[in-house]
Design a protein around this ligand. Structure first.
Ligand SMILES: *Cc1c(COP(=O)(O)O)cnc(C)c1O
Length: 356
């Protein structure tokens, strides 16, 4: 099916930011995508309009009961000027898994991707050029029925906004310090940990602030029951290099299935690097560290792609990883994925989708 969306162009285009000073998620482009849902018409009236505030009834379900989800992916411009997305159908699938968990109506995957393409095409001059930059794409859905009662909303809005971004961490690829959280938990099996929804983040802010006060940028979450097994990191998945094995926690129902995570596993397999998805406990990490076998640790996610971890604090014990330097596996994964995304490396995994 060929989707077309009416476009209302802005009469007041904004000044584009200097790509050198770009941070993450502070600037937005000239347009946004909006689509409505009601039980009679399903998803309908997809349109592109000037970026700006939206009107919402104060009784909208999302404001009271948090029926909301979001996604994140990026668009890049290749040296030849081709605009491309990285694995957008994975985001479409994950959207529908999240929607199912939150009783939000699913969206046709082709429609989801077509909406992203149409908006990125219109605002493609906003794709920044420069190392570590990209156009971040934020699709999201929220319940907008005015109704104070706990049941699924009958109406929704699907929107997409775009943000030219620089490196997620101001430190770029410099290693970050991570706090192993042993009081608060992010998610438990049976909850919404594997859904990409705002509620998970609201619940994580407290622990994040405490970690910040102690001088740590990020949190490593442990499982919600035994507080023993590694789950994930803030908004990213966790990878370790133990001896010659690359390890990440297996998807257990409370971990968000990252697309970057999936890509790193696939790349390791392709390159003949030993990689496992399995349970990994904090005790195993400590033992590996003491035995000199914890070679690398890094976070994976769309925002930073790969972000090395140089220090881990668990119950007062500090572990300094790889001399606080980025390690070879993290560097290779970053270079390969960013290279494919930006078209500087041939897409031998068939991951990019052109915006035409
Ligand atoms: C989005 C997200 C990730 C990373 O997923 P990617 O698809 O790689 O960006 C990891 N954990 C959480 C909690 C997330 O919200």
């Amino acid at each position: 099916m060929n989707y077309e969306f009416p476009i209302t162009k802005t009469t007041n285009p904004k000044q584009k930011p200097d790509p050198k000073g770009l941070r993450f998620g502070t600037e937005f482009t000239d347009h946004m995508f909006v689509m409505d849902y009601n039980p009679e018409d399903g998803w309908n009236n997809g349109r592109i309009v000037p970026y700006g505030p939206i009107e919402l009834d104060p009784a909208a379900v999302v404001l009271h009961y948090g029926q909301e989800m979001f996604e994140g992916l990026k668009a890049y411009k290749t040296p030849e000027g081709r605009v491309q997305l990285f694995r957008p159908y994975m985001n479409a699938q994950r959207t529908n898994n999240t929607n199912d968990r939150l009783c939000i109506p699913t969206i046709d995957e082709e429609l989801f991707v077509a909406a992203i393409k149409a908006l990125v095409k219109l605002d493609q001059d906003w794709i920044p050029e420069g190392e570590g930059t990209a156009l971040y794409i934020r699709p999201f859905i929220f319940a907008d029925e005015p109704f104070l009662g706990v049941r699924r909303s009958t109406t929704y809005k699907f929107m997409i906004i775009l943000s030219p971004v620089g490196p997620y961490f101001e430190s770029g690829l410099a290693p970050t310090k991570m706090y192993v959280e042993d009081v608060y938990v992010r998610a438990v099996k049976g909850g919404t940990g594997e859904a990409k929804c705002g509620g998970n983040y609201g619940a994580s802010l407290k622990a994040q602030e405490i970690a910040h006060e102690k001088g740590y940028e990020q949190i490593l979450w442990l499982d919600g029951i035994e507080k023993k097994y590694i789950e994930e990191i803030g908004a990213a998945n966790a990878f370790f290099v133990i001896g010659d094995e690359v390890v990440t926690s297996e998807l257990n129902g409370s971990i968000l299935p990252g697309i970057t995570r999936n890509s790193i596993i696939a790349l390791c397999k392709k390159k003949g690097i030993k990689v496992s998805e399995r349970k990994i406990s904090i005790d195993e990490l400590e033992e590996a560290y003491r035995a000199g076998q914890l070679k690398e640790m890094f976070a994976s996610g769309t925002a930073a792609i790969v972000s090395p971890v140089g220090e881990l604090l668990y119950k007062g014990e500090r572990m300094i990883i790889n001399d606080n330097q980025i390690g070879p596996v993290a560097q290779e994964m970053y270079d390969t994925i960013y290279g494919i995304q930006t078209g500087k490396i041939e897409d031998f995994m068939d991951w990019t989708v052109a915006v035409e």
